[in-house]
Design a protein around this ligand. Structure first.
Ligand SMILES: Cc1ncc(COP(=O)(O)O)c(C=O)c1O
Length: 456
């Protein structure tokens, strides 16, 4: 007791001397942390037209409209977990072994089999990403993130003083990675490449060969990959999801996933990291570091851990099929793509997975607006339709729409977007070159540097 009070005394006398009044400031971490979506949206003037009910095509929460709900089995699994009274206490910081075992079986695929020791349960995929970025990079180092990309990578890294460098995705190639540019961005301070497949905001799903090409870049440069696969298996008919780790025996990968999107329960906060080491490329420090970092918040809900086994093994396949059918196959993606494709100045890019579609706006044809922010703002004012401006994803001259909206609302939203475009579109005056390509498409280059490929 005496030792404690003398320590308190010396702390007070040494460190508090210069304080003469209250002035409590925020830490550097807090000050440097910013969320591009919040920053952009909060800077916008969003005043909907009072005569038209608001349709928000902006929110990446599949449950928000009430049309997509978790299956009965999932709900029952959680009720059973609560009732069992077995999951009220603290779990180990990385999760109960039994729950990690279940996740290990669920994520294991040929070429990437893992065990409970390779799994760290987290509070959602965001927390998983946080741990992965924090364990691999020091302040002053950098991670490579996609552009356009999910803004949380920047939020997590830059707060910690870790720089983000962009690698570009190519809209005209189904948002594939510009491999040359990716490789050129790697330097001695690059701690990891973050790859998001299927992608938010693009809705792209990469082919096996493209993933292999990305892995080759990582292998040549000895850079590990953080694979954000929160939309795993959430793909259109005709497309296939390939877990990145299943394609390499050389590149170490930390895969981040969870229940959030596929099981339609974002608020329940169950995510995980899967450590795919290769030839012990990850030093024991990395596993130990993840373990230590997991102790900062003792991350994932024990109720969900208790329900995991039932959720992952008993959710019927029809549940996933029906979500995908609603979001894409029969309805929304194709509908929105079809309705927006015909509009002047709009370039919707058909997604292959996830829940989003990016729509290019030929801003030169909307000279009234200085930028995509103003375009989106005015669409709210006149049509009460809110889409997220591309700059939330570091990609101006686009907006992102979500495809989880009920079909009727989506139709109505597209109709209003159509009215808006017709009202504000001005025929091109200052277009640059147009060159026919070998496939009959037109390579169409605008003065602002955006290149589009128009189907004949
Ligand atoms: C690409 C991507 N990664 C991670 C997350 C975060 O997922 P969670 O809600 O599980 O934290 C999201 C959420 O929208 C996302 O779109």
């Amino acid at each position: 007791m005496r030792a404690v009070s003398s320590r308190c005394f010396s702390f007070a006398s040494v460190n508090m001397k210069s304080r003469r009044s209250w002035s409590v400031t925020a830490s550097d971490l807090a000050r440097n942390t910013f969320n591009p979506i919040r920053t952009v949206v909060e800077s916008m003037k969003l005043t909907p037209n009072p005569e038209k009910p608001m349709i928000a095509l902006s929110i990446g929460d599949p449950t928000i409209f009430g049309n997509l709900c978790p299956s009965e089995e999932i709900v029952e699994a959680v009720v059973e977990s609560v009732r069992s009274m077995k999951y009220n206490g603290y779990a180990p910081s990385t999760g109960y072994e039994e729950a990690r075992n279940v996740v290990a079986s669920y994520v294991s695929v040929p070429g990437a089999t893992v065990e409970a020791k390779d799994i760290i349960l987290c509070s959602g995929c965001s927390c998983a990403l946080d741990l992965c970025i924090s364990v691999l990079a020091n302040p002053g180092q950098n991670i490579l993130v996609p552009r356009p990309g999910f803004p949380l990578y920047r939020t997590l890294a830059e707060g910690l003083g870790i720089r983000t460098k962009f690698y570009d995705l190519k809209p005209e190639n189904g948002w594939e990675v510009d491999l040359e540019q990716l490789e050129a961005q790697i330097d001695d301070q690059t701690a990891a490449i973050v790859l998001n497949n299927p992608s938010n905001p693009c809705g792209s799903v990469y082919s096996r060969s493209h993933l292999n090409a990305i892995l080759q870049v990582a292998a040549r440069n000895f850079v590990p990959i953080i694979a954000d696969e929160i939309y795993d298996y959430f793909v259109f008919p005709g497309h296939e999801f390939h877990p990145l780790a299943s394609l390499t025996n050389e590149v170490p990968i930390l895969t981040c996933g969870g229940l959030t999107k596929r099981y339609l329960i974002p608020g329940w906060r169950m995510g995980w990291i899967v450590v795919h080491d290769r030839n012990e490329a990850l030093s024991s420090e990395v596993r130990k570091g993840l373990q230590s970092l997991s102790q900062r918040i003792i991350g994932s809900s024990t109720i969900l851990q208790g329900a995991l086994s039932r959720i992952l093994t008993q959710t019927p396949p029809e549940f996933f099929q029906s979500t995908i059918a609603q979001v894409y196959a029969s309805d929304n993606a194709r509908l929105a793509h079809q309705l927006l494709s015909g509009l002047p100045g709009m370039r919707p890019i058909m997604p292959s997975g996830a829940m989003y579609m990016m729509v290019g706006v030929d801003m030169t044809n909307f000279p009234e607006f200085e930028n995509d922010l103003q375009f989106v703002e005015r669409m709210v004012t006149e049509e009460s339709v809110f889409c997220l401006p591309g700059r939330c994803f570091d990609y101006p001259n686009y907006f992102r729409i979500v495809l989880t909206v009920p079909e009727l609302q989506l139709r109505e939203a597209c109709h209003r977007i159509s009215q808006f475009c017709t009202a504000h579109y001005v025929a091109p005056l200052t277009l640059g070159k147009e060159e026919p390509l070998s496939n009959g498409h037109i390579h169409h280059e605008l003065h602002n540097g955006i290149v589009t490929v128009i189907e004949p």
